[in-house]
Design a protein around this ligand. Structure first.
Ligand code: NAD
Length: 495
């Protein structure tokens, strides 16, 4: 077992008690304190960035052949597998998520390291044909030091999605986990530094720097050694980071919020659609950027579909993440639960009918935890704040639509463009709608399914850039073109 990484942060390969303000992390199922982590200070961010720049330039890393970097990633994947149960339990304790889900997230983190290793081993340098007496060649080089900033909803998976391609690309990384959930990132840091040491690679390649976003996150983005920031989190924070990055002319990748439409056409397989719509919004208690939070149902089947949905949502099992029967676990934090509850109050003021849920669950078993009942609302217009703003909780708004044009116009009437689900037996209609919807990912007769081989990212205010896929590593590299003159003749002035 790794033990609870209670009060140490990782500064350029060195574990120490952080000099920043302490952060208390809480078990959302009970409200009890799990650990107090001494956050990194702004000075420690600068120290980590300097150490990372040194590690990135260290010949042991800079000249390491890609298949040896791939070996590092494979070893990290093996270490994650070995520690899987511990990592899953830690993430359940810190985020409240069901163990069934955190186990899957840990497995996906190991898979991300393995896929990235395989992509790295088989990636080719681009070699372009010669031009006259020049051999031309385009090579990919590391950016140097990457700043990676993550939210609290799926830390182990989001950490892997940044750390694996950043290291594969030959970089050093400063990772900042979210204030509420630093524990699993610190545990992952222990695993990776151990593997780096075993392979005699510079341990300064990795720093894990918990702390407040406005302090530690901001210091990472502004540090002159950071060559790129990869960020997952809220759209407002993404915009703030992009503004700073513009000042430095620094590239950024932004994975931001969503308010994704799930669409049920009149001919849909109703059983499949009901299960998919419920999974799409209520798994992870709705704390997912891709949650299908706006449900559009063809008017002719609206009443029957929503009636049946409400009945089934009422039977979902709400409980602690450690209970294998739990379907809807507590939210990440009591403050976040209160923000979700405030949105449902707002919906009521906006004229919504609460079809089910709409409160914390009654009973002593739920009194200490950050629980909220899965909630279905209707009677709202898509222009309401409830339909426009990301709630990031177990709250679904149902809206009827009349025809395809009405549907596409209303579904696209959102600042976000992250994901979409379409339930229908008509493959032509699915194709037409999928091509007209503003979304980085569209699922047809399924939802929330992922492949590490498939690029992921948002349109509009949902983000900039793509993660995953074979090109995922390229987002962490810079391209350099070389022209190699082969001619014996001196260059002429004109060509
Ligand atoms: P958040 O934006 O508040 O915080 C995300 C991270 O940014 C945290 O680590 C935070 O400390 C840090 N941060 C905050 N202010 C900062 C600043 N000024 N400079 C640098 N870093 C700063 O988001 P959150 O509440 O932790 O997460 C929820 C949000 O994340 C939702 O909007 C959700 O949709 C989004 N999200 C998006 C994806 C995606 O892939 N598109 C995935 C998961 C979550």
């Amino acid at each position: 077992m790794l033990g609870l990484p209670a009060d140490e942060v990782l500064v350029a390969g060195e574990w120490r008690r952080g000099a920043g303000a302490p952060i208390r992390t809480v078990d959302p199922a009970t409200g009890r304190t799990l650990a107090t982590v001494h956050a990194a200070s702004v000075d420690e961010v600068a120290e980590a960035a300097r150490g990372a720049a040194r590690a990135a330039a260290d010949p042991r890393w800079r000249t390491l052949l890609p298949h040896r970097r791939a070996q590092l990633l494979h070893r990290v994947a093996d270490a994650i597998d070995t520690a899987a149960e511990h990592l899953a339990s830690l993430q359940t304790a810190d985020t409240g998520k069901a163990l069934t889900e955190t186990r899957a997230l840990v497995a996906s983190a190991a898979g991300t390291f393995r896929y990235t290793a395989a992509a790295l081993e088989t990636a080719e340098e681009t070699l372009t044909p010669s031009r006259g007496d020049c051999l031309t060649m385009s090579v990919y080089e590391p950016i140097g030091v990457i700043g990676a900033i993550n939210p609290w909803n799926s830390p182990v998976a989001s950490d892997a999605q940044k750390l694996a391609p950043a290291l594969a690309g030959g970089n050093a990384v400063l990772l900042k986990p979210a204030e509420w959930t630093p524990l699993v990132s610190l545990a992952l840091g222990r695993l990776i530094t151990r593997v780096l040491a075993e392979l005699d690679l510079p341990t300064g390649l990795l720093s894990i720097l918990p702390g407040r976003g406005s302090v530690v996150g901001d210091a990472i983005v502004k540090d002159p050694h950071i060559g790129k920031v990869v960020f997952t989190g809220g759209t407002d924070t993404g915009r703030t980071i992009a503004r700073t990055a513009a000042g430095k002319l620094m590239p950024v990748s932004l994975e931001l919020g969503g308010k994704s439409p799930t669409i049920v056409l009149a001919d849909a397989d109703i059983e499949q659609a009901l299960a998919g719509v419920m999974f799409g919004i209520f798994s992870s208690s709705g704390q997912s950027c891709i949650a299908g939070s706006r449900l559009f149902v063809a008017r002719e089947v609206y009443d029957t579909f929503v009636g049946e949905l409400v009945e089934r949502v009422g039977t979902l099992r709400v409980g602690p993440g450690t209970d294998p029967d739990t379907q809807v676990a507590p939210l990440v934090h009591h403050k976040h639960r209160d923000s979700v509850a405030a949105y449902v109050d707002l919906a009521r003021e906006e004229g919504a009918t609460v079809r089910c849920g709409g409160s914390v669950p009654p009973g002593a078993a739920y009194s200490e935890g950050a629980y909220y009942l899965p909630t279905v609302l209707d009677g709202l217009d898509n222009s309401s704040r409830t339909c426009q703003e990301e709630i990031f909780g177990p709250v679904l708004v149902a809206l009827p639509f009349d025809d395809e044009d009405d549907l596409v116009r209303t579904a696209n009437d959102s600042v976000y463009g992250l994901a979409c689900g379409i339930w229908t037996r008509d493959h032509r209609a699915a194709w037409r709608i999928a091509r007209r919807i503003d979304a980085g990912t569209v699922w047809i007769n399924t939802y929330k399914q992922f492949s590490i081989a498939t690029p992921f990212g948002g349109m509009k205010d949902s983000g900039l850039g793509r993660e995953k896929g074979r090109d995922g590593i390229r987002a962490y590299q810079r391209q350099k073109s070389l022209y190699w003159g082969m001619s014996d003749t001196p260059l002429a002035w004109a060509n």
